[in-house]
Ligand binder design. Structure first.
Ligand SMILES: [Fe+2]
Length: 237
């Protein structure tokens, strides 16, 4: 499988195009609406068929490109069943796997940042959304976030992966692109091996962050896959 990391500078969001090199079937993880034209062009240039868009969770900081990509490329929108995203074509959950050509993407539940977080696992790499960031993690103070759930998700679902598994996060704000499980186990200042559950919860309860700038637009829009309700009637699914 091949991976192409893509970046939206406005929201510091990473999207990931993942494809089976044999069949050229592709999935796009966490597409950003503002980058849909770029992504469609790339899919076409690489001669790929976009089978799916996969959300790691319902985002509060940017609008998803999933609905527009579905209209343009007939891709199937997949979101966690807890998210109640009615526009999704398929509701998924931990333990599911998504066939991609001759390969598959495994779905792992990693709730805590929200109650609908998924990490996507392929051989040698994991796409962690906001559950595990490089030297950090997503906030847990809204969208049914729960610091203690996030701690257990990371420790039990992610830190049990082989240490050389590459971590591809949902965001980075300091110019880093990826990490590894082993690196985060040692160096993550919130979730590293030296941090107890109590210490983590204490850190997360005292972040005192302002709400994301676009949360009031992004959340309702993302529950409609980023498109108006009337637009969805014209789509295949
Ligand atoms: Fe998030």
């Amino acid at each position: 499988m091949q991976i192409r990391q893509l970046f939206d500078p406005e929201s510091s969001t990473f999207s990931y195009l993942v494809w089976d090199t044999d069949t050229r079937e592709a999935a796009l993880i966490d597409p950003v609406q503002a980058q849909v034209d770029r992504d469609i062009q790339l899919v076409r240039e690489l001669g790929l068929t976009l089978r799916y868009t996969l959300e790691t969770h319902v985002h509060a900081d940017h609008v998803t490109g999933s609905g527009l990509l579905r209209q343009a490329l007939n891709s199937i929108v997949m979101v966690h069943e807890n998210s109640q995203t009615k526009c999704a074509d398929v509701q998924i959950k931990g333990g599911d796997f998504i066939p991609l050509g001759t390969r598959r993407i495994n779905v792992v539940d990693t709730p805590g940042h929200t109650d609908s977080d998924i990490s996507y696992l392929i051989p040698g790499a994991v796409f962690t959304g906001d559950s595990l960031l490089i030297r950090g993690c997503g906030r847990t103070d809204f969208q049914s976030g729960d610091a203690s759930r996030l701690y257990h998700s990371v420790r039990q679902q992610l830190f049990t992966l082989p240490g050389d598994t590459i971590v591809y996060p949902g965001h980075d704000y300091q110019g880093r692109c990826c990490s590894t499980i082993a690196e985060e186990m040692v160096h993550n200042p919130r979730l590293g091996n030296d941090k107890s559950l109590e210490e983590f919860v204490e850190i997360m309860n005292n972040l005192k962050l302002a709400p994301p700038k676009y949360i009031h637009e992004a959340l309702p829009s993302n529950l409609r896959c980023g498109v108006q309700v009337s637009d969805t009637a014209t789509t295949r699914h």
